[in-house]
Design a protein around this ligand. Structure first.
Ligand code: GLN
Length: 344
């Protein structure tokens, strides 16, 4: 369970529309890193064999501002596999390609309330996937990528995610091989989608592209750049390249806000108030529209598969930087005697 005790003593700054100055953001990112450096809660994922071998002490944080300001702390440049965080960006590419309505019809926008690898999520809806951030729907979304062959679809995914990151991303071949050998469950989901006529193409090939997309190697810094592109109306704030449209950012972030941390998405939004996406290798990226993105990497996970330490550190950043989308204070001009109050 996400415990607000992790940052209860941090004053809830309200959203101002802009971030504090660069120096102040830098200081807050360093504080967030040192504050949770002793945190040891959670367990490293082991259902993908190679992930169990990672050093659980790794801990990186990064914040990228839409104005281009960069802040890294700890192991922010340590590579790890993007895993489920890829779902958010492939979903954005699918909306860019097919538009809001078509993607909504094909993959739905609602939370399932079920685990990321749930088969029931599919069965309960007669094969109509509901939540683009769980595996079944993510696999169906990957199947939408343009390309005449699985190889071309994979290239489209890799290029698209690289544009978000502002550098060419490459496959972690060891993670890919480890997951490809053990992903019977995802292959079963692929077959089930096919049986419901929800998947064009060969299900094993689509699952293979999905497995590759999950094994793309990124750093916390990359994730923050990728998130900041969604915070910046689709323009990468580091390279200046337009990657997706403003509408795609809005659609993607609204879906991610209610689904990005699986069955803990409600807890997350209640405590932290930002759209965010997690992956089982320990990454999380949270997006503050119009301001920037914060990313964490730390391999120990909670029961739902979300990095414990990344959640804590991003919770701190959300409070201290005034990122919570739901935090406000009375406008003083309307209520001269009221002053912003600190959160309980
Ligand atoms: N590749 C992983 C899987 O499909 C991704 C899961 C995750 O990051 N939650 O099981």
């Amino acid at each position: 369970m996400l415990d607000p005790v992790a940052w209860r003593d941090v004053r809830q700054e309200v959203s101002t529309g802009t971030l504090p100055g660069w120096d102040r953001v830098e200081e807050i990112v360093r504080d967030a890193h040192s504050r949770y450096s002793e945190e040891r809660g959670g367990r490293v994922a082991d259902y993908i064999p190679v992930l169990a071998e990672v050093d659980p002490e790794l801990f990186g944080l990064a914040v990228i501002e839409v104005g281009g300001g960069l802040h890294d702390a700890g192991d922010a440049l340590h590579p790890f596999s993007i895993q489920s965080i890829s779902k958010m960006f492939v979903y954005a590419l699918a909306i860019q390609e097919y538009g809001h309505e078509r993607v909504r019809q094909i993959v739905g926008v609602n939370n399932t309330g079920l685990a990321f690898n749930s088969v029931m999520a599919l069965e309960l809806n007669s094969g109509h996937p509901m939540n683009p951030m769980v595996n079944a729907v993510a696999i169906a979304t990957t199947a939408l990528m343009p390309g005449a062959t699985a190889v071309e679809q994979w290239e489209r995914v890799r290029e698209g995610l690289s544009a978000f990151a502002g550098r060419p991303l490459s496959l972690d071949g060891v993670v890919y091989a480890s997951e490809a050998e053990t992903n019977d469950r995802n292959r079963a989901i692929g077959r089930l989608l096919r049986s419901y006529d929800r998947l064009a193409g060969d299900p094993d090939e689509v699952v293979d592209v999905y497995t590759r997309q999950c094994a793309l190697s990124v750093t916390a810094h990359d994730l923050a750049v990728m998130g900041a592109t969604l915070a910046d109306g689709g323009v990468n704030p580091v390279t200046g390249e337009r990657v997706v449209s403003e509408e795609v950012c809005r659609d993607t972030l609204s879906v991610v806000a209610s689904t990005g941390l699986y069955e803990r998405s409600g807890d997350w939004l209640f405590e932290i108030g930002l759209p965010a996406k997690s992956g089982v290798a320990g990454g999380i990226v949270a997006v503050a529209p119009g301001k920037g993105a914060a990313a964490g990497f730390s391999p120990r996970l909670d029961e739902a598969g979300n990095s414990v330490r990344s959640q804590m550190a991003i919770g701190y950043l959300s409070r201290a930087l005034g990122l919570n989308l739901f935090a406000s204070a009375p406008a003083r001009s309307h209520h001269p005697e009221s002053v912003p109050s600190s959160a309980p």
